[in-house]
Design a protein around this ligand. Structure first.
Ligand code: HEC
Length: 199
């Protein structure tokens, strides 16, 4: 297939619609049902964990050394505790009923995607966290579509194929192949291409 020129990208403009799971809309509602009496500023804050303190959640608990480790559910102590047998001393919710399996999967998925607070207002750190997760998945062979931007601010969703010298070969969901020179890409997209191509 003959690669299209970047000028065609403008016709294929897509708004990024695939929002990730996030804390304020998806996860907090689950935790409210099971944890609030012991882990909220409204009631009690056991174990220094206030699940309704969004600032603390974002800065302390959701972190590479926190109880929620973005991209790494296996190492996330909060999720691990929910999965224990309810007879285990570390089981959460303490003295409560286990969190339903479907909700556990949701929490796991949220952590896998990068554990962001609010998908409608992503911070720069969260964006790069989500990218890191996606880059890893793409390098492991998953079908991941990245948002690429050009120097003049246009974007397109496409899967990375390979680096060709100073150009990136990519394919859109509709199967269109582009060969985009670095000179037309934003610095972030060039960095993304280099990361993806370094594998
Ligand atoms: C009846 C009270 C109670 C409920 C309900 C409860 N917890 Fe806890 N939790 C505690 C206590 C007490 C501690 C501190 C002792 C400990 O670490 O085991 C704690 C500690 C924790 C910790 C460790 C905090 C840290 O950084 O050391 C996590 C994570 C946690 N709880 C998560 C949860 C989650 C998630 C829920 C809801 C699904 C929940 N807990 C429900 C009482 C509770």
């Amino acid at each position: 297939m003959k690669p299209l020129r970047l000028s065609v990208l403008s016709i294929l403009l897509t708004a990024s619609s695939a929002f990730a799971l996030d804390y304020v809309n998806d996860i907090q509602t689950i935790l409210k049902q099971h944890c609030w009496e012991c882990h909220s500023s409204e009631k009690e804050v056991k174990g220094d964990l206030a699940l309704d303190n969004l600032d603390d959640m974002a800065k302390i608990h959701i972190a590479d050394i926190g109880s929620i480790r973005p991209g790494d559910p296996e190492k996330s102590d909060l999720l691990a505790r929910l999965k224990l047998s309810d007879k285990d001393d570390d089981f959460m919710p303490r003295k409560g009923k286990p969190v339903p399996k479907g909700d556990l999967r949701k929490i796991e998925q949220w952590i896998l995607e990068g554990a962001v607070m609010d998908a409608t207002e992503l911070t720069e750190a969260e964006k790069s966290r989500m990218d890191a997760v996606k880059i890893k998945a793409a390098q492991n062979g998953a079908d991941i579509y990245f948002s690429w931007s050009s120097t003049d601010g246009k974007t397109v969703e496409a899967k990375f194929l390979q680096l060709q010298g100073e150009s990136v070969k990519m394919i859109t969901e509709k199967g269109r192949v582009f060969l985009v020179p670095f000179s037309l890409l934003s610095p972030e997209s060039i960095e993304l291409a280099k990361k993806l191509g370094s594998h």
